[in-house]
Design a protein. Structure first.
Length: 95
């Protein structure tokens, strides 16, 4: 999985950015963090993400825009990467 996480600079202070990063790390997935300068306009960010967006953070997986935190949770559950409690499914198989 090629995961790109678009966040504002200063993302360490943003609760949703950190929830996304924590979820990805807890599932032991590799990702690329792409901090965006606060003065960047949304048209430029939309071009980077690959479609029109109105806010950050945004997640793109394998070239498909997933959305924000809750969209990521739903996506990872549907792909059976995590279960409904947020635990990685590999822990159940191997842990």
């Amino acid at each position: 999985m090629d995961i790109k996480v678009f966040v504002w600079e200063g993302y360490l202070d943003d609760r949703f950015s950190m929830k996304i990063i924590d979820l990805i790390k807890s599932a032991s997935l590799h990702y690329t963090l792409l901090p965006i300068k606060k003065d960047a306009d949304m048209d430029t960010i939309s071009t980077m993400v690959g479609e029109k967006v109105r806010k950050l953070p945004q997640i793109v997986i394998d070239g498909e825009r997933i959305g924000g935190y809750y969209d990521l949770v739903e996506h990872l559950i549907n792909k059976e990467v995590i279960n409904y409690t947020g635990e990685p499914t590999w822990k159940k198989k191997y842990g």
